[in-house]
Design a protein around this ligand. Sequence first.
Ligand code: EPZ
Length: 422
Amino acid sequence: MDKFKIERSEPLCGRVHISGAKNSCLPQMAAALLTEGTVRLENTPDLVDVRTMTQVLENLGVVVERAVDGALELDPSQARRVTAPYELVRRMRASYYVMGPLLARHGQAEMSLPGGCAIGQRPIDLHLKGLAALGAEISTSEGFVHLRAPGGLRGARIDLAGEHGTSAGATINVMMAASLAEGRTVLTSAAREPEVEDVAVMLNAMGASITGGGEGVTEIEGVRHLSGITHRVIPDRIEAGTFAVAAAITGGDVVISDCNPAHLTAVLELLQQIGVDLEQGRKTLLVRSHAPLRPFQLETKPYPGFPTDMQAQFCALATCCHGTSTIVESIFENRAMHAPELARLGADIEVHGRTITVRGPCAMTSAPVMASDLRASAALVLAGLVAAGGCLVNRIYHLDRGYENLESKLVRLGAGILRISE
Ligand code: EPZ
């Protein structure tokens, strides 16, 4: 398993290009199942999760190729299979995005239950609630969920509120299925993440009739047919936020390009409160961190609240703030595995229930640490940049799932980071 050897970094300086959004690209790849036409996705990141989704789709009969310009070209015209097998789903929970499209196009889907992951149980009850409301007959047996809609799907009024607010995945899955249902679907308590809106934009370009995509109430007028299209994936807001924290934690001066600062409002407002100077353009973000960093309080919430996917990175940042910071994780029940690893690097960090407390500034020192999930891994890399003697981050395959060329992008900003392949 690969590991990163990270040296304590000088202030990061320079320009970094942000890749396309993983959490947009994955459902948009699955949306190709809704049509016979060829779908071309531009600005797609080259990630392990994108390769896994490629395997899931190829297993269903979709032909997936990466064009010379880097775009993904998907030809679903011969796709007839309807099963997402355990060996693929267990590697990537987002395989569940094939459920809605398969059900809508073929009236059937067989999906291995995704199981939990490091950050929580990750149930799919809201996905199944929405698909059942559209008329799917659903049963589970032998670790699979079986979905049938022999007579097709029919529009319905569906509320997607869950105990943690709402669900981005369920909103997207149900929106894709409803696009080919008969009649109107109204989703209330729908997720508002930019990735949800981006999927709605793509579906409408394919011929769907969706209003309010990415808003709390989304209406879908079912159509009979969707066409192939070319769609450009939006920039990855979490990658952009991660690099903003990298600039902040090292006292750097970084231009983040090809991003969309409007998708990061809660994160950028907090960085400014902490004492980081920001200049926002339409597609660029300039991050200057030359003043002492102030402690902060944050609670993760559904978009447009502070994103849970930035929580671990801000725990790393808190180790360099002058005072006590409090971080509350309200979306996932177990998203604090980075805390004991940050403690190994010298962080004064405690976890009580969903509240993480960091007393900074911490004298961060070198130690080998273990990555546990995608964003926890990013937090350990960020902490390694400010640890005396740097650090060794093990199991960085977690990072490869969601960050494209992370080490080369950091090296171009002046970081000392080396991948050791075993
Ligand atoms: C998406 O996961 C993202 N993944 C996650 O990013 C992100 O953390 C999450 O949204 C929240 O923003 C992808 O898009 C591939 P949810 P998703 O359904 O859709 C509960 C990363 O690091 N819930 O919005 O699975 C759930 O347990 C990953 O890139 C139900 O109860 O998240 C959680 O507490 C990590 N029932 C809350 O809702 C359901 O049926 C939000 O989950 C579904 C979810």
